[in-house]
Design a protein around this ligand. Structure first.
Ligand code: 13P
Ligand code: SF4
Length: 338
């Protein structure tokens, strides 16, 4: 009843303010149900920035709202929660500079390094990457961006997700190393140098989980996000972004059993039961819940809309003009290629 009232008030305000409500797939069901636009990081940044609405209400984590503001600075972007992806917090512009200094101390020059930052990073990191000639990738276009980076004939520095970096390298038969963990010799001889960041949610899926489901159901398909550990990814039948996972799983007959390694909100919504039989499973005995994605509530959404209506906006995304300019270069380079 309470939710119904909130939903009604939110819908009215969205209409009155002529706003676009955007939600990432990991948001709670009640938020996703209200959204005008739902998608993976690539789709959301592209479609929200190209929308004809001036006000974007973004339910997701901070780097996602920032990406829209970077690509469409003329728009107003407000977020019911300024929740931050924990992986994105593992690097900032100082850590980026320090990493480059370490690589220089190993004997690499800045000109020999080609940085790629996963979109799950703060805007200041994207700006730094652009200044070194690099660009952004998302889980949906990572392979394309990686191929482009290889063609530059430089040493690829992939940040902040060590798993995605290593997964890209492995899939291409290339070697990878971990900055700060591996010896300088190994770092210098590897094709891809990875920053030591990770997603705590996707770390929950292990090779034992895959073995468990394969022994329980002979023909089960294992489907995972590329932020999972490389040893899990190697055992999977399908690897993709959140949108690609949805597309793949929904294309399978309902009787086909699947165990999915990504955030539980998405997995639970994937498809109905096959009659009485459950055929879609979360690939973990524990609950893979992204704490920050799950912060946003209907009440937060109503509060942010009311504050905007009262001309006292809260949680609006503002960016430094110089950082925005450079971050846009990194994102535009990616969009041109994808
Ligand atoms: P997608 O771009 O695949 O939606 O992934 C975003 C994310 O944060 C996954 O953890
Ligand atoms: Fe970040 Fe992981 Fe949450 Fe995705 S699931 S937003 S990578 S913490």
């Amino acid at each position: 009843m309470q939710d119904k009232m909130l939903t009604h008030q939110i819908t009215e305000l969205l209409h009155k303010l002529d706003a676009l409500l955007v939600a990432h797939f990991y948001q709670k069901d009640e938020i996703v149900a209200l959204a005008d636009l739902c998608g993976d990081s690539l789709e959301l940044s592209r479609k929200a920035s190209q929308s004809d609405k001036n006000l974007i209400v973004f339910c997701g984590v901070a780097f996602m709202g920032q990406s829209v503001k970077v690509l469409a600075p003329q728009k107003r972007v407000i977020m019911p929660r300024l929740a931050c992806c924990s992986m994105a917090r593992m690097i900032d512009s100082d850590y980026f500079d320090e990493s480059i200094k370490i690589l220089e101390s190993y004997g690499l020059s800045r000109e020999e390094i080609f940085p790629i930052t996963y979109i799950n990073s703060n805007v200041d990191v994207k700006a730094k990457v652009a200044q070194m000639g690099g660009l952004v990738c998302t889980s949906a276009n990572a392979k394309k961006i990686f191929d482009f980076a290889k063609a530059q004939g430089k040493k690829i520095f992939f940040l902040p997700d060590r798993c995605l970096g290593e997964n890209l390298a492995r899939a291409d038969g290339k070697s990878s190393s971990l900055l700060g963990r591996d010896e300088p010799q190994k770092v210098l001889s590897s094709d891809v140098i990875c920053y030591d960041g990770f997603c705590s949610v996707h770390q929950l899926f292990t090779p034992n989980d895959v073995r468990f489901y394969r022994s329980k159901f002979k023909d089960i398909k294992i489907v995972v996000h590329p932020e999972c550990d490389p040893n899990v990814v190697e055992m999977a039948d399908f690897v993709g972004s959140t949108s690609q996972i949805i597309h793949y799983v929904r294309s399978l007959p309902l009787e086909q059993k699947v165990a999915v390694g990504t955030e539980f909100n998405l997995v639970n919504r994937l498809r109905p039961k096959n009659g009485d039989e459950q055929t879609t499973f979360v690939l973990s005995a524990s609950k893979p819940q992204c704490p920050t994605m799950n912060e946003t509530t209907l009440q937060d959404l109503l509060d942010v809309l009311r504050a905007y209506e009262d001309n006292k906006p809260i949680n609006e995304v503002f960016l430094d003009a110089e950082i925005q300019k450079w971050a846009k270069i990194a994102l535009d380079r990616m969009l041109e290629l994808s």
